[in-house]
Design a protein around this ligand. Structure first.
Ligand code: F6P
Length: 336
């Protein structure tokens, strides 16, 4: 192995820079040259790249975003895009490609692997935590911390005015950020994609729950965490409905892309550092079409396809605690 390439792709995640740094430093340690494509797969198609030396990744691990830029590249789904990318990689004498990104980026990698002979290694970089085969993805810890901090702040004002708040968090089709932040901040209710399938939220059930919590506590706030895409019109529409139809003063708050910025949490920097190095060591072991993951504190490799075809479940114990012990969704007979 003489020369490898790296790119960051899809929604940026805190810790991507730390992963890039680890890839560059490990490659340098093993005497491998590194180039980075800018703007993800788009840069691979446009041949937009730069050589990466250890000095280029000095002091980047404390920043979110990605110094080599990221993008969502719809064109990469096409057959012709993968063949063009393969030709570019051949022309640059690349032996292996490291892709730091989420499931969409890994699907792109798999597509490319059908057209290119080099080794392909994924590094899980997404705030959503929705990749099978690793206990956590790079970026998730930071996103949960940011959501928790925001929920704590909202609690101050919500409590002062005995208000209901609906806070919308990211996560795409996964409820990890929702469940993690709701538990960490003691939210009264959490609505998650995984649970919506069997038992979708209804306004009347929500109103009953709000009233029950208020009855038990006498006064105070009610904070609900709503995973994105789980209510038509999101937190704003739901808050308006509660206010207008049920006379429940309610305020919405959309955390949005704030969840992807600021200093990466220590857990993300550490995970990214380990997985970046692991990616290079997997290349040296001859591995191909795998993701570098972390399970029970052990570096592992997982077939790339498994990462999106299989699913890590939400922590069932957290769900039980949230829904049965802290803020029972069903009426607790002992309370009545
Ligand atoms: O996948 C990461 C993520 O932040 C999701 O949580 C969110 O749904 C999506 O990206 C937002 O995408 P964009 O940054 O393209 O608006």
């Amino acid at each position: 192995i003489q020369r490898i390439a790296v790119l960051t792709s899809g929604g940026d995640a805190p810790g991507m820079n730390a992963a890039l740094r680890a890839v560059v430093l490990a490659a340098d340690h093993y005497g491998i040259e590194v180039i980075a494509f800018r703007h993800g797969y788009q840069g691979l198609l446009d041949n937009e790249y730069l050589t990466m030396k250890p000095k280029d990744v000095l002091h980047v691990l404390q920043y979110s975003g990605t110094i080599i830029k990221s993008a969502r590249c719809q064109r990469f789904k096409e057959e012709s895009a993968a063949t063009e990318a393969a030709a570019n990689l051949e022309a640059l004498n690349i032996d292996a490609l490291v892709i730091i990104g989420g499931d969409g980026s890994f699907r792109g990698a798999d597509h490319l692997a059908n057209h290119w002979q080099g080794q392909i290694i994924g590094v899980p970089g997404t705030i959503d935590n929705d990749l099978y085969g690793t206990d956590a993805t790079i970026g998730y810890a930071t996103a949960v911390t940011i959501a928790m901090d925001a929920l704590d702040k909202i609690r101050d004002t919500a409590d002062a005015m005995d208000r209901v708040f609906i806070v919308e968090v990211m996560g795409r089709e996964a409820g990890f950020i929702g469940l993690g932040s709701a538990t960490a901040a003691g939210a009264e209710r959490v609505v998650l994609p995984e649970l919506q399938k069997d038992k979708p939220l209804t306004v009347s059930a929500l109103v009953k729950h709000i009233q029950r919590v208020k009855e038990i506590r006498g006064e105070g706030s009610y904070v609900m965490v709503l995973s994105e895409h789980q209510w038509p019109g999101g937190a704003v529409a739901l808050a308006e409905q509660l206010d207008a139809e049920y006379d429940l003063p309610c305020r919405p708050c959309l955390l949005g892309h704030i969840q992807r910025g600021g200093p990466p949490a220590p857990a993300d920097r550490i995970l990214a550092s380990e997985l970046g190095v692991h990616a290079i060591e997997l290349i040296l072991q001859g591995k191909h079409r795998v993701m570098a993951g972390m399970r029970a504190n052990q570096c592992v490799d997982v077939p790339l396809r498994d990462t999106w075809e299989k699913k890590n479940p939400l922590a069932s114990n957290l769900l039980r605690i949230q829904h049965e012990i802290f803020n029972p969704v069903k009426k607790n007979p002992r309370m009545n």
